[in-house]
Design a protein around this ligand. Sequence first.
Ligand code: GLV
Ligand code: MN
Ligand code: MN
Ligand code: MN
Length: 416
Amino acid sequence: MDWIPVDLERSARRIERDIETLAGPEYTRSEEAIRRYAYTPEYRNTLDYFIRELEDAGLECSEDPVGNLVARNRPAGERVFGIGSHCDSNRNGGKYDGTMGVAAAVEVCRLNRELGLDLPLQVISFLEEEGSGFGQMVLGSRIVAGRVTEEELMGFRAIDDGRPFFEHAKEAGYEPERWRECARILDDLVGWIELHIEQARVLEDTGKRLGIVDAIAGYVHADIAVRGRSDHAGATPMDLRSDAGLVMAECMLELERLAREAGRGTVGTVGEAELEPNLINAVPGRARFSLDIRGVDEEAFRGVARAIETFAREAAGRRGASAEYSERQSLPVTPLDERVVGALEEAARESGEPYLRMASGAAHDTMCVAERVPAAMVFVPCEGGVSHSPEERADPEDAALGAAVMLNAIRRLVTA
Ligand code: GLV
Ligand code: MN
Ligand code: MN
Ligand code: MN
């Protein structure tokens, strides 16, 4: 099949305009970083911006009962090809994570119309991918995939005000009690592609502008709460203490050791840490820290999670303290669809631009979509691999190339 030529400069200009507009004051709570969380006015404005762009490209937009945005150029019930990402940000995020994927999907729709291709398309922008609002990563797509229970949903609370997820969703005009119906947004999809920045520097280091993702690392998100005894930091001799902070410190180092030992792409991070009473002159009586453990080898990363749980109990016991492990959520390693990956590879070859076939270390909504729909992803580089930071930078020309490759791959897949 011939390559459909695309004016990449024009696409890049439009994607750049989308991204720069969405970095403006109406669309983020902060001037220093992108802060855009589910159900906030900034998030609403962002959805409205994309709705306008999608309507201009000839799609009809709707939102599901929790607020996943869906846009289609065919009536419900007709088969369509899915594309999209998310437009919420990390708590101190950059302009490109997620948003560039939605902008690229919108660009595919614009090209589809301008070039008279009329491919059947559905765009989705998933709610709360980052977990910045409610501490629950890929929440919108997990709801769609039925990977949450009613009880869990009722228990999720906003990080900022502690109020329940359902309350926030209702205030924003949604009907979260109908969350089971969200599954329907995947019913008509024959395939799915998400474009995203790589969030690492493999592409940059190998001088490639395109990554074609054939697997996504699985993860465990958990917390460990340590209970020791708070004492006077000056008056209490070292051997009479039960220091919860030291249990946490031991666990942090042990997690690094375990992840290194497991190898095979396993990584482990303590990203949140709290001490109580958190005073210079008090021995910490309590500690709480998070665990983010990931990898492309299921047994290896799950083994690290089990080992750190056991280690925490033993380390606490040695210091007269106790430790409790609780899992927040986890997703398995997600292999992506060979046919969709293959179509992307063929399109990339025809574009003439070298690409790299690779795995994703970061989590994506595609993990949940892939349970029901043949799916793959396209990565574009980000400078120095920096992401989840206001320093995040990516090139709209790479996203334009990615959008052109998506368009060509989709044409292959829907006309095959
Ligand atoms: C979410 O963006 C993650 O992969 O941490
Ligand atoms: Mn993302
Ligand atoms: Mn992210
Ligand atoms: Mn992510």
